[in-house]
Design a protein. Structure first.
Length: 232
């Protein structure tokens, strides 16, 4: 399986996403924001960072990059797409998921290992989890507060499109403690925490077993591989 990772000017975590894909057993394919070619990939990752310096709004300019025409078309046809942090902001700006992201309510950039609860295991990216599973994924953002209208929020909750929820602490003021959402079809998922930073023992969050041994993020990538192979 080939999973594309799009690099934008200001992307920081594209190489980390490529490594996560490789560790999960798939082939990472580097894609460039200025191209109109997805090179025949089976899934896509929009990585974290500060695309275009986060000018205007985070992800706003990146959502209009040339390659996003192909990303939007592929997503609407059912291709799995994962947006991580800045990538989540791009998905929201491109209207591939509902809601938006605003500056953290405390006004500061935050970096922490964040506990999450898995709310939806039926998406292309979460099939390897169990319903209600608690996982720990690194978080780092300055504009991660999830917002939506009351009507949109009720629909997301009612139709099971809330995929992850913050536990123990809400790090950025997100409504309903929402950490990640999906589109109605479940092939597009966006979340603020960074699963690509929790894929290899010795380099992830601390666990009760050992320091930096957390690998909860790996299931994102193995899930989409398994879902795609079964679908094939």
């Amino acid at each position: 399986m080939r999973i594309g990772v799009v690099t934008f000017p200001g992307s920081l975590d594209d190489r980390d996403a490529q490594r996560a894909i490789r560790l999960a057993g798939a082939e990472p394919v580097a894609l460039w924001h200025g191209d109109h070619d997805l090179h025949g990939v089976d899934a896509l990752v929009l990585p974290g960072g500060f695309s275009y310096g986060d000018y205007l709004r985070c992800g706003a300019i990146a959502s209009l990059s040339p390659i996003m025409t192909e990303v939007i078309d592929a997503a609407n046809k059912g291709m799995p797409v994962l947006g991580i942090c800045n990538g989540f902001q791009m998905l929201a700006e491109a209207h591939l998921v509902d809601g938006g992201l605003i500056r953290n309510d405390h006004g500061k950039f935050i970096r922490r290992d964040q506990k999450l609860r898995v709310e939806n295991t039926s998406t292309d990216w979460t099939g390897g989890f169990t319903q209600g599973q608690e996982i720990t994924i690194p978080l780092k953002n300055g504009e991660g507060g999830f917002i939506a209208s009351a009507e949109t929020l009720a629909r997301l909750e009612g139709e099971g499109q809330v995929v992850f929820r913050y536990l123990e602490v809400n790090p950025n003021g997100s409504l309903n403690d929402i950490a990640g959402v999906s589109n109605a079809r479940g092939n597009v998922v966006g979340l603020m925490p960074h699963p690509e930073h929790a894929v290899e023992a010795g380099f992830g969050p601390d666990t009760a077993t050992a320091m930096r041994s957390g690998v909860d993020g790996l299931a994102f990538f193995t899930s989409v591989i398994q879902r795609t192979l079964v679908g094939a």
